[in-house]
Design a protein. Structure first.
Length: 347
């Protein structure tokens, strides 16, 4: 049964670059015995930092200056964006009242790790119980304990040297090109690519537009800054088979949107910049197919969404050496993000 569960999180973990570690830690045992509704509730809470961090991270790395290209000027950049997981998101409260068939015996609630919580040993994890709600032993009692299991532990990423802090890393690459009227088009694109022989696939598409609004202001030549507006949208889809012959698979679709005003000032090889505006994201995760448990068969048991939106402000610095650019940025939002990038630009 654990194979079904940890594979259902593979879509997220493969994006983060530590899939083997994730699969080793995500031994959720027989929790699927609790039924689709309870498993959905538990996994939504458990994986929330991973998916929310992914959504916020997808809005990073779009620009490193407010200056637009000349006509047909181009830039190519690669970024690593890290969405910092808040301390409060390393655990969530398991409330018995939120579940029907799984419960904590010793109290009405207990704090348990999320996916990005600490890596705890079995002795430090609460024991959860699954009711015999389908009367598997045919004794007429559907409220007795069917099985007991440890709550899933977290990945414990901040305990190792993977990253200097607990965060969801999101890699990104894009191409920008200058159009008419001081407008830049930015494109992120990965065609539907099979990542292995099992048919697992990923695809990504994003479009961004940056327009110089300084040109429309009276006395614009007297302003010692560059001023632009930016709109960007990114969509990511993954499909991972648990068992291709049985058509058991998980899918994830993540979308992000951002609208900001951007200001920058070129100072020799340095260009500090700031952005201010609005960002939103949503992630849908599904586990599809028929899955046999000890008490029956579950069909398409998992389907949940995450949404996030709100104010976004960021500040960064670009260093330009001939055509080479090096960027560092910090963004303030629900999951604060750090971005480092490198690229080439021809204006």
């Amino acid at each position: 049964m654990k194979r079904y569960i940890y594979t259902s999180l593979f879509c997220a973990s493969i994006l983060f670059g530590f899939s083997q570690k994730a699969k080793a830690q995500l031994d959720l045992g027989t929790i699927l015995e609790a039924g689709a509704a309870d498993v959905t509730t538990y996994l939504k809470n458990y994986a929330e930092p991973a998916f929310k961090g992914l959504g916020f991270g997808m809005n990073g790395g779009w620009y490193n200056t407010a200056e637009t290209h000349n006509l047909l000027g181009v830039d190519l950049s690669v970024s690593l964006i890290a969405s910092r997981v808040p301390t409060g998101a390393e655990f969530f409260t398991f409330n018995n009242s939120d579940y029907t068939n799984i419960y904590y015996r010793d109290a009405s609630s207990v704090d348990v790790p999320t996916m990005f919580g600490p890596n705890l040993g079995a002795d430090d994890l609460p024991q959860l119980s699954v009711r015999d709600f389908n009367d598997a032993d045919n004794d007429g009692d559907t409220m007795e304990e069917l099985v007991r299991l440890s709550a899933p532990t977290g990945l414990g990423l901040d305990e190792e040297d993977f990253m200097p802090f607990n965060a969801v890393p999101v890699p990104m690459a894009q191409l920008g090109i200058g159009l008419f009227k001081n407008t830049d088009l930015k494109v992120r694109y990965i065609p539907n690519v099979e990542v292995d022989d099992d048919g697992n696939s990923v695809k990504l598409f994003g479009l961004g537009l940056m327009h110089d609004i300084k040109q429309w202001l009276p006395g614009e030549k007297l302003l010692p800054i560059d001023l632009s507006v930016f709109l960007g949208f990114t969509s990511l889809e993954t499909n991972v088979y648990i068992d291709k012959d049985l058509d058991q698979r998980v899918t994830m679709e993540a979308n992000s949107f951002m609208a900001q005003a951007v200001v920058s000032k070129k100072l020799s090889i340095f260009t500090p910049y700031v952005g201010l505006g609005y960002a939103s994201n949503n992630v849908n995760f599904k586990m599809l197919g028929n899955f046999d448990t000890e008490t029956g068969t579950l069909t398409d048991p998992i389907d949940f969404d995450y949404e996030g939106s709100g104010f976004r402000a960021n500040a960064g610095l670009r260093i330009k050496l001939a055509i080479l650019t090096i960027t560092g940025e910090y963004a303030f939002q629900e999951y604060d993000t750090y971005t480092v990038g490198i690229g080439f630009t021809f204006r």
